[in-house]
Design a protein around this ligand. Sequence first.
Ligand SMILES: [Zn+2]
Length: 154
Amino acid sequence: MSLLLRPQAIGGPAPVPSHFSRPFWDGCVLGELRILRCLNCSQAIADAPRICWRCHSRELQWEVAIGGAALYSWSVVWRPQTTDFEVPYAVGIVTLDEGIQLVSGLVGCEPGDLAEGMALAVEFHPISEELSLHYFHPVVGATGENLKRGLPDA
Ligand SMILES: [Zn+2]
C-alpha cells in the first residue's frame, strides 16, 4: 500500500477567505503563491495582516512568491479531526525563499521521506469550485543537494 501524501479531495474541508486574505486565495486559484510586501520597510509577510508587524505601516502590497521553500517542521496526521480529511496527510511549516514561514500541506512523497531542510516547490489543487489550496512537494534535481534523506521522522 502506497502511503504517498496526496492533496485533499475536492469537497473536503476548505478555508473561508476573509476580506483581507481573499487576494491570497484568489492567487492560489491562478497558480500564484501570494505574499504581502511592506512598501515602507520591504518586510515580506506570509499572512494577511492589516499592518506590517515590523514597522506598523499600512502600506502593504501583494506580490507573487518565487514558490520555493525549505521544510522547517511538520506533522503527519493519521487520526484527523473529522472523517472529512483523507489520511495520512502532512502539514508543515515551510521557510519560503523570501525568508518567511508559511503553514502548508505537504504532498508528493511518503511520510517517512519528509526531512528537515528538504527543498520544496509549491503546487496547487482545487478543494472546491471556488478555492484551491497550496501544497509543497519535494524538489529533486537541481536543488537536490538540499534534499536530506535518511533523517529520523519527527
Ligand atoms: Zn514594514
